[in-house]
Write a protein that binds this ligand. Sequence first.
Ligand code: PGA
Length: 246
Amino acid sequence: MAGNWKMYKSVGESLALVQALKEALGDVSHRETVVCPPFTALHAVAEALRGSNIEVGAQNLYPAEEGAYTGEVSPKMLLDVGCQYVILGHSERRQYFQESDAFVNEKVKAALDYGLKLILCVGETLEQREQGRQRSVVSAQVGRDLEDVSADAMKRVAIAYEPIWAIGTGRTATPQQANEMHRAIRDVLSGLYGGEVAQGTSILYGGSVKPLNVDDLMAEPDVDGTLVGGASLEAESFIRIVRFQT
Ligand code: PGA
């Protein structure tokens, strides 16, 4: 269960939130929980969560160890501040920063080379869904973003299916729509890596996940977790999401 804080929260606000999460989720060791604060709060959050069962992720990286790349952050720097995870290929980055599948693939390989775990986001636009192209669009993204990624490295990859029309809109995919797409993604993984890797890969749903819809989403057989934006910004709602009941 992962929280994507996007461009929200100061260091102080981040620390207050993770303190509340740490206290409330101390007994939830059977569910992998990850928070992804903005870069500026990563170090403080990682320090605050050290020794807890909550992991820390970044929301992006640049695929080089270091260099003259003004404004960018490398995988090595993420490890240095205590990150275990990174979100890659989020639709907001694809849309506002023109990130192509080829660039996302470079980032995926860089993250894995440095030992990070990653959440790779894929998803179709409303227009693509209305044209009935969601399966082909998402399958192609998965194939291109994972090019040259080994079966062994897939142990550190989770995929988040995030239909763009459901992100931040309050309009969530139905549990059935989510499950259907998760199954399609698992089929692609099965074709690329075989059934064992396909079954072993966590496929998260993202897009307006809330305390009120998480239980139904998580009840679907192919929904292994969620990537939560808005509802991860408040302790109470994220705690309820992590504590989903099926
Ligand atoms: P949302 O965002 O939960 O606010 O819809 C999800 C995401 O973009 O990861």
